[in-house]
Design a protein around this ligand. Structure first.
Ligand code: FAD
Length: 426
């Protein structure tokens, strides 16, 4: 959230905040900004009556005065989800006369006293426990207006673009960690006379997971590269606009099923809290929910396709780059063209279309930057239609063993460099 906040704090008055954000220092002390070496920023949008539909915001904003620090308002209301309440400042939404507006709420008032944000309780979450999430009330909390009054939802969602990219990357990271743990366990434990990883059905599962891990990582990094080019390359800007919600949708959705499979690779040991898999299992569904649920991502993809044809064209251009590399890929592109025409005006097809596009982009990213084995196995399984509903259902994939070995080399390499190989990865 702190990363996403930087461009949001573009107003001249926020220069001291920007400086503390990029200091590279995490300073946990509860102090006014001037006394801190680094700043952390949170976002508080969600209210009880709805997190997806932010038009339902009822927190009130009352104009107080214009100051050199900006236009000051007093906020009164309740926020149902408020993560990292120890942050130094928060972007939030509240209703002023022209509509829902975006505000920045500092943790401390200019006179050094605490701002009037009352923490009611911490959420008892099923996972993600090392991040505190709370419920709060604003009692005439001081806030500065950000952007144009009444345009708050658009303003705050423009920051979400960056947190959504983070979740696409983070979910790929979560998958890779789960895969590393599954490889480590199945290669060091034996059953029925062989290392579990060498039992044919387990080899199939591990290869299947490794393909997904590689494809999700490359998808996320392709979007990250486009995001780097947002200000200098118009085509990359259009590409990033469509593929950010798309990659967030796909990688975050894949993560949960992926982690369940990696957990089962550990047998009963995976279900025990001492094993890091238990923590990954509890964490895995979350990225799909916050910063916009899966359905909100699919709606964003549909909306972008409808309103910004250049974004769809940038993605289709990219996909054309791999045409001819595999017959299943070419057929998929043909199918995609039909689905695009059919789904554009039908919200009910949002997930389907987003999934089809994401799968095509994963294949094209594997073709451009991945290993040829993975690209071929991906096309044969995900695109040619002979893949089952669960992991471990690759058919006729002679390169399975090589795929597993490559994924393993990466994990052994990591241990060699950190010197932390204790027999338990992660
Ligand atoms: C651990 C955690 C920490 C969080 N931290 C923060 C935070 O710091 N700041 C913050 O602002 N929020 C935070 N949230 C809240 C989170 O962003 C919201 O929960 C999320 O945006 C969904 O809103 P909601 O819970 O109100 O669900 P709802 O909006 O009620 O949605 C419920 C379901 O309905 C679906 N849905 C809604 N509308 C439609 C539609 N039109 N078509 C189809 N389906 C639809 C959704 O996709 C979802 O599956 C946090 C949540 C969690 C779990």
């Amino acid at each position: 959230m702190t990363y996403a906040a930087y461009p949001g704090l573009r107003q001249r008055e926020f220069a001291p905040w920007r400086e503390k954000i990029v200091s590279g220092i995490y300073d946990p002390r509860p102090l006014p900004l001037a006394d801190k070496a680094g700043a952390t920023i949170g976002y508080a949008m969600t209210e009880k009556q709805g997190g997806s539909d932010l038009r339902e915001t009822v927190t009130r904003a009352r104009f107080l005065e214009d100051t050199p620090e900006g236009r000051v308002y007093l906020l009164t209301g309740h926020k149902w989800f408020f993560s990292v309440p120890v942050s130094d400042g928060f972007f939030t939404l509240a209703r002023s006369t022209p509509g829902v507006s975006c505000f920045f709420v500092p943790g401390f008032l200019p006179d050094g006293a605490r701002n009037r944000i009352r923490l009611q309780r911490l959420k008892d979450k099923c996972g993600n426990r090392s991040n505190a999430s709370s419920e709060v009330e604003y009692h005439e909390a001081l806030a500065w207006l950000v952007g144009e009054e009444g345009q708050g939802i658009r303003e705050i969602l423009s920051h979400s673009h960056l947190t959504r990219l983070d979740f696409a990357v983070a979910s790929a990271g979560l998958m890779r960690q789960a895969l590393t743990l599954a490889l480590d366990h199945t290669q060091s434990r034996r059953g029925f006379g062989l290392a579990l990883a060498d039992q044919p059905m387990m080899t199939n599962i591990l290869a299947d997971l490794a393909i997904d891990s590689e494809a999700s990582t490359l998808l996320a990094f392709r979007v990250a590269r486009a995001t780097d080019g947002i200000e200098t390359d118009e085509k990359e800007r259009h590409f990033a606009r469509l593929t950010t919600p798309l990659a967030k949708f796909w990688n975050c959705r894949r993560a949960a099923a992926f982690v369940v499979e990696a957990l089962e690779c550990h047998g009963g040991n995976g279900f025990i809290e001492e094993n890091p898999m238990a923590r990954l299992y509890r964490e895995a569904p979350l990225n799909a929910i916050w910063e916009g649920t899966s359905n909100m991502m699919a709606m964003d993809v549909l909306r972008t396709l409808r309103k910004q044809p250049e974004a769809g064209e940038a993605v289709m251009d990219e996909l054309e780059g791999a045409r001819g590399a595999d017959p299943a890929y070419d057929r998929w592109l043909g199918r995609l063209g039909d689905e695009l025409a059919r789904s554009r005006n039908d919200d009910g097809h949002g997930r389907r279309l987003t999934g089809l596009l994401a799968t095509a982009l994963q294949a094209s990213a594997l073709h451009a930057d991945g290993h040829a084995d993975s690209f071929q196995a991906f096309c044969r399984s995900r695109l040619a239609g002979d893949w089952g509903q669960v992991y471990g259902t690759l058919e006729d994939a002679p390169e399975m063993r090589a795929i597993v070995e490559r994924a393993t080399v990466a994990s052994t390499h990591r241990h060699a460099h950190t010197g932390s190989h204790t027999g338990k990865a992660g």
